[in-house]
Design a protein around this ligand. Sequence first.
Ligand code: NAD
Length: 522
Amino acid sequence: ARHLTALQSTATSFPKSHAKLAKPEDTPYFIDNQFVSSTSTEFIEVHDPATNELVTRVPQSTDEELNAAVDSAAKAFPAWKATSNMARQQIMFKYVGLIKENWDRLAASITLEQGKTFADAKGDVLRGLQVAEAACGAPELLKGEVLEVAKDMETRSYKEPLGVVAAICPFNFPAMIPLWCIPIATVTGNTLILKPSERDPGAAMILAELAEKAGFPPGVINIVHGTKKTVNFILDNPTIKAISFVGSNPAGEYIFSRGSANGKRVQANLGAKNHAAVLPDCNKNHFLNAVTGAAFGAAGQRCMALSTLVMVGETRDWLPEVAERAKALQMNGGFEEGADLGPVISPQSKARIEELIASAESEGAKILLDGRGFKPQKYPNGNWVGPTIITNVTPNMRCYREEIFGPVLVCLNAETLDEAIDMINSNEYGNGTAIFTKSGATAETFRRNIEAGQVGINVPIPVPLPMFSFTGNKKSIAGGGASTFYGRPGINFYTQQKTVTALWQSSDAISKKADVAMPTIN
Ligand code: NAD
């Protein structure tokens, strides 16, 4: 069967323009290593955000399809669990190779459906690929512990897979977030049901195709589609043991509480409002470039976008220079040469961002750079919002309290470092933060006192590489941050510990009387 554009493509031949597709095909689901057309009558349209032309339709998976996916994953689990670690590692090596070969194809699918520039989409793939590469080290990471706890007695621990697990993904990183889940869930011996964002499923579908080519057996990775109905099915299905979620607070808080109430493990990364404290002693040119890139790159649609500046002392006078650098950015279709930022995901998102900018104006803030109303000539129908800078913001304003998730930089003023730290800590979110300074002592004070979970020192987007873990804090992660994505905590999330205590020789072998008291240490 012929399907989605992304799937009709190959590693060397794929659509790399915003030209209207002659015949958009519906997205299939993926079960038992096969792409299957849904029998659903309910579809969600996916549009190219640069043109609003139809790219594909995503089915709302039917109950039958959802149950079939769980059955497939449950059926595949015993043999996959019994597959040796080294055999699973070999498949992961092959998967890594195939992702590299299909890197541009994956990125092109992201640019077409999500809107980010092709160069940025390649980074989206890279950050996921790195998790797959790190997952190749699973045999080392899965090693247990052993200790001789008493004479002739030892305790040893194992990390065993949970069974069928599920992942629910957001729209803003169509490759990276599925790849936070697929490699670690499967290399640890689980089977996985993944629901991509209904707004841009193409990259996840290509990743499924590559998984089959890498040698994952049928049922180890299944893909279902839809919105709340699919999520509710995942939350309530008793076969599914754990859920990984990345997305907004309303969805994530609901998923965390209902999934947990149903006895499942849930890891959930949520929204953000990432601040930078800017100190007068910093390298100003570095600050100007770093902030401009981190605030407006990906049209501000990154959970670690640097969306809020706290300008300490005289640094508030630097904002016109930030505006100059922002103005120099080229907003255009993501496939266009030289494009720095693409459109936002949907007309609704554009309207919401513009409404938040207007609210700042009416609450007394100043719009230093206004990106409203701008359109690249070639793409008049896209969801465009240009780089926008709002100054003289105070913490009570809506543009400060709400996650904007667009190319909008909100700027507040502080007199001292302590005031900046208090202001940042007063915000409910705690995903990431950054400080710009040349002083080691200032940076250390900031690091020690700041509550956000990921701190950059002269680094605007401090997302840890996969040998560490993604450690957001406060309202940016559900469950108090007990379960974080990738790294050793990721391995722990997807495994159950089993400890075995063995006695190899015993004086009991000759004694005739049972000992009934709790054993004491000797
Ligand atoms: P979203 O919450 O709208 O959607 C995420 C997923 O949840 C999708 O698969 C969607 O189908 C599902 N969903 C949406 N509403 C639902 C509901 N009411 N009930 C059940 N399921 C629902 O998020 P999004 O707009 O796709 O992504 C952007 C958000 O994700 C931002 O808030 C961003 O900060 C956050 N994000 C966080 C991280 C992180 O690691 N902290 C990373 C990426 C994105």
